[in-house]
Ligand binder design. Structure first.
Ligand code: RM4
Ligand code: MN
Ligand code: MN
Length: 435
């Protein structure tokens, strides 16, 4: 149940005070960058305003310490329940001004009292993004097991149970003011021949059609594909082709969600993004970074250029007014060795950086270079934007929101984590697990 005393040292006054010491330096850096950008025909204030409007939803499961398949090393002062998770998310929002929404995962975050959760969210200045269903795990007391699948299971009873859970998630999301359901399933096979490839997909379409039928008019259903894991030979919704086929079969409220970690290592994700935009079915992102698979590392920590190129497709689509609804931005990360709060605000800032950098691209010039087939200059046009140091723009955008000029320094000075340690009993390690 909701804990009443919460460690809440990062308020507006604390941030304002921390900012006072950093203001003069920021003003000078912003001024210098502004002069440089003016020479390139760019208005720095316009970019800073655009960045200050950028938002990304936090994953409730991201504020806890995650684990690998081998072990989980609990972090100090971990959230005990969904209310603690909201407190931590609110800290991230106060520091960045960019994360006013939280994406919940059911049943992990299922509270006894949805109303109390909504009220706590509102008190903290938070609202709720897409809700996630979970049919990749059995919960205590569950009638039928998902060991061999859920929405695609050969047993109609298991499929019914999984459909009912998704519809429950919609109802809970409605009570919280959410407007989308994200469906990711673990269904698949570990061996060739284990599962009938075509029939498993047919069962997915039948089950998701039943969920789709329960979707309120103003809701979207976000279909998330993933190449492997937990199934290692094949998953049912392994790639954007299957996801798009399903979305187009289901109807206009079904859109595709791209989790950056859910592809083979060399896949060109920005191309996928461009194709989904082309058909108006890019519904959202789960941002993270990876080197090998679904590593769920901090966004922009491994390959920031790839992140930039994805954002470049988004900026280009907006520039040419491509008819795709604004895709939902959400983080989906697993923090095993860092303070999750630090990882999440750093990641939100990396997304703002990618967004800011793509606004520096001279699109008219790039289009002309592409038409002339000037490969080198076209590539340099992107690189020039990417290599600009926009740190003063990001800091100014936060300052405009009343957030921290330097979130990391401010957070560490606040003693928030230490206060959590004092109030939240240490959690135990475990044999492994994703969260
Ligand atoms: C999956 C997928 C889903 C997330 C779970 C925890 O790999 O990314 O989006 O909800 O992990
Ligand atoms: Mn995901
Ligand atoms: Mn994942």
């Amino acid at each position: 149940m909701s804990n009443t005393s919460k460690p809440n040292s990062i308020d507006a006054d604390f941030i304002a005070e921390a900012n006072t010491a950093l203001r003069a330096e920021l003003d000078a850096d912003y001024e210098t960058l502004g002069t440089q950008l003016r020479r390139r025909g760019i208005d720095i204030d316009q970019i800073a305003h655009a960045v200050s409007r950028f938002q990304v939803a936090l994953p409730s499961w991201g504020v806890g310490t995650g684990g690998t398949r081998f072990a989980r090393y609990p972090g100090p002062g971990e959230p005990r329940d969904v209310f603690d998770k909201l407190d931590d998310c609110a800290v991230i929002h106060r520091l960045t001004g960019a994360t006013p929404e939280v994406s919940l995962h059911f049943p992990w975050d299922q509270p006894e009292d949805l109303g109390a959760l909504k009220t706590r969210g509102a008190a903290l200045g938070l609202s709720f993004a897409a809700v996630n269903s979970n049919t990749f795990q059995d919960r205590a007391g569950q009638k039928l097991s998902y060991k061999f699948g859920s929405l695609c299971h050969t047993d109609a009873g298991v499929r019914d149970q999984a459909v009912a859970h998704n519809i429950d998630c919609i109802r809970m999301g409605q009570a919280l003011g959410s407007r989308a359901l994200t469906v990711w399933i673990g269904d698949g096979a570990n061996f060739p021949g284990q599962q009938h490839t075509a029939r498993a997909f047919e069962r997915y379409l039948e089950s998701t059609a039943r969920i789709y039928a329960a979707l309120p008019d103003d809701w979207n259903m976000l279909l998330e594909h993933k190449m492997y894991e937990p199934a290692f030979y094949a998953t049912v919704i392994q790639d954007w082709g299957s996801s798009l086929m399903a979305a187009q079969t289901l109807g206009p409220k079904a859109l595709c969600l791209v989790d950056l970690g859910h592809h083979a290592p060399n896949v060109n994700i920005e191309m996928i993004v461009a194709r989904l935009i082309r058909v108006g079915r890019l519904g959202g992102f789960h941002f993270n970074d990876s080197r090998y698979g679904d590593d769920d590392l901090d966004t922009g920590s491994i390959d920031p250029y790839r992140l930039f190129l994805i954002f470049n497709e988004l900026a280009d689509a907006e520039w040419r007014r491509a008819p795709n609804p604004a895709p939902a931005h959400m983080l989906d990360q697993c923090h095993n060795i860092t303070d999750p709060i630090e990882s999440l605000f750093t990641s939100a800032i990396e997304l703002q950086r990618a967004h800011a950098l793509t606004l520096l691209v001279d699109r008219e010039a790039l289009a002309a270079l592409q038409t002339k087939n000037d490969a080198l200059m076209a590539a340099q046009t992107l690189k020039r934007a990417f290599t600009t140091d926009v740190l003063p723009i990001l800091a100014r955008a936060r300052q405009m929101q009343g957030a921290a000029i330097d979130p990391l320094r401010t957070y560490r000075a606040s003693g928030y984590r230490e206060a959590c340690v004092a109030q939240r009993p240490a959690s135990r390690g475990s044999g492994g697990g994703i969260v």
